[in-house]
Design a protein around this ligand. Structure first.
Ligand SMILES: [Fe+2]
Ligand SMILES: [Fe+2]
Length: 162
């Protein structure tokens, strides 16, 4: 059985994952408005992944006989000043989420809740991957700033994400 504090913290993370999904969907809409459909495709897929993360929390809380309670999802930003600015915001957001996952692990350890700790380890590893994949695109966008045509090539490349 989950403690009340753990249940609350997991529900808050479910909300944070839904916010992540919402943020990336907003970025997808922005990239579409900038005529960069490949970047938009990448963000659409990111949106789906984040929804999947939220559903993992939904499933785990339910399985542990906790109660899932849904809160309002904050409205995300809708404009960024460049593709680089959008991806830098995405990286900053992923770093924030990594910090939150770390806090959840700390709570699980404090409560000696081994099942929740084990569940959270998937997210610990996932965040390493998430930060690395976003950072890679940030670095490419920095290089693209100095090379005309590079942005369109990158758009083509990111559009191949499945
Ligand atoms: Fe996530
Ligand atoms: Fe993420």
């Amino acid at each position: 059985m989950l403690s009340k504090a753990m249940e609350k913290a997991l529900n808050e993370q479910l909300n944070a994952e839904l916010y992540s999904a919402y943020l990336y969907l907003s970025m997808a809409a922005w990239f579409e408005s900038q005529n960069l459909p490949g970047f938009a495709t990448w963000m659409r897929i990111q949106n789906r992944e984040e929804t999947g993360h939220a559903m993992k929390f939904f499933g785990f809380v339910t399985e542990r006989r906790g109660r899932v309670t849904l809160q309002a999802i904050e409205a995300p930003a809708k404009d960024w000043k460049s593709p680089l600015a959008a991806f830098e915001a995405a990286l900053e957001h992923e770093q924030y989420i990594t910090g939150r996952i770390g806090e959840l692990v700390n709570l699980a350890i404090k409560e000696k809740d081994h099942a929740t700790n084990a569940f959270l380890q998937w997210f610990v590893n996932e965040q390493v991957e998430e930060e690395a994949s976003v950072d890679k695109i940030v670095q490419k966008l920095k290089m693209a700033e100095k090379a005309p045509g590079a942005l369109l090539m990158l758009d083509h490349e990111l559009g191949k994400r499945t």
